[in-house]
Design a protein around this ligand. Sequence first.
Ligand code: GLN
Length: 437
Amino acid sequence: KAKKSFVKDAIETINELDKNIKAFITVNENAQDVPGNFSGIPLAIKDNIVVKEMKTTCGSKILETFVSPYDATVVEKLKKAGFSIVGKTNLDEFAMGTSTEYSAFYTTRNPWDLDRVAGGSSGGSAAAVASGEVVAALGSDTGGSIRQPAAFCGVVGFKPTYGLVSRYGLIAFASSLDQIGPITKTVEDAALLTQIISGKDPRDATTVEKQIDFSKYIGKNFKNICVAYPEEVFAEGIDNEIARKFEEFIKFLESLEISVKKINFPELKYAVATYYIIAPAEVSSNLSRFDGIRYGLREEKEGLLETYLETRKNGFGPEVIRRIMIGTFTLSAAYYDAYFERAQKVRRKISSKINEILSNYDFLITPTSPITAFKIGEIKDPLVYYMMDIFTIPANLAGLPAISIPFGFSNNLPVGMQIIGKRFDDAKVLGFADFIE
Ligand code: GLN
């Protein structure tokens, strides 16, 4: 049966709107209809997920010219389902950041206010969906990079349970935390896309065999369930307006006959510090492959060592270098116990605490971000920048499913609320999000 194709329309729209938004690094001008159930539907892919014969830059100079010879598993599955990949979206270099300001190329603008960031690191994907350039996009989430830009742009962002979606073809940032997921306009679409991209993959040993019907609870009633929120939410540098919106959110849930209980989660204040030991440690190892020999940029010098050094010095931006240095330091023999090993212990404590909370409640709720989209260039201190991940990081440390859904506006900027569920309760998280959407 002939179906309408939106592929050419999407490319035209992107070429027009992206002059201002700058969500894309590559536009696939040659995108065509692909046969399949979803034929004619254009999708965008974050530029740290490889698509065969297209550039994958990771927002970095070191991969500026890199063209992948293969498709990531998620891309292979999407193509098989009939989706057309119309482009690759901007991100903070190697997904390290919260605003796309650390992209080596340019900063993506928030469609709601072009002077503000779209969030990050999947800021390009979120802005592409929010502006209507595409109906859906994939992002990656290591500490909040799907959920936080979704919140800043007023769209839906879902991070599945760790292990449900293959990371094969996702350029690794912190492998024990990374997970691919959808950014969409509706929760229903997020469920649909997760269904397509998920599944056990022999090429990613961390994927699990698990049959989940992600749309099972879409359209279902969730009244009489019991959710919890940490009282520490109000302590962690949260903007007054977001605190007020969160109170409004609680009242809204209560009006739907959902019971909302305040609980204690004192470990929350250690989440950011723990993450910023573990993630850079994994970075220092994962990014050692970018040596000027195997991929992308090569700054040829007299000797091999000089070639490595020159390539990495010129190829990596400041945030990536900062993380490699922190990771190298915390993994070094003299400091391993004091930093890395201790962070692993705290990670376990945080995970068991969230799991304990979730054994008594259906979901844990928080605002997605303690602030709304900030002005481009406004935040300069890396420590202030890192604190923005406070509410999103725990779900990565514990490998749990978490979604951000839009909940109104504060000073004309979108606000997102987060729902965290038990491991493999992805369908319920999506169902509950759909219920309150
Ligand atoms: N903002 C966090 C960081 O900079 C998370 C990034 C992500 O999830 N990729 O590491």
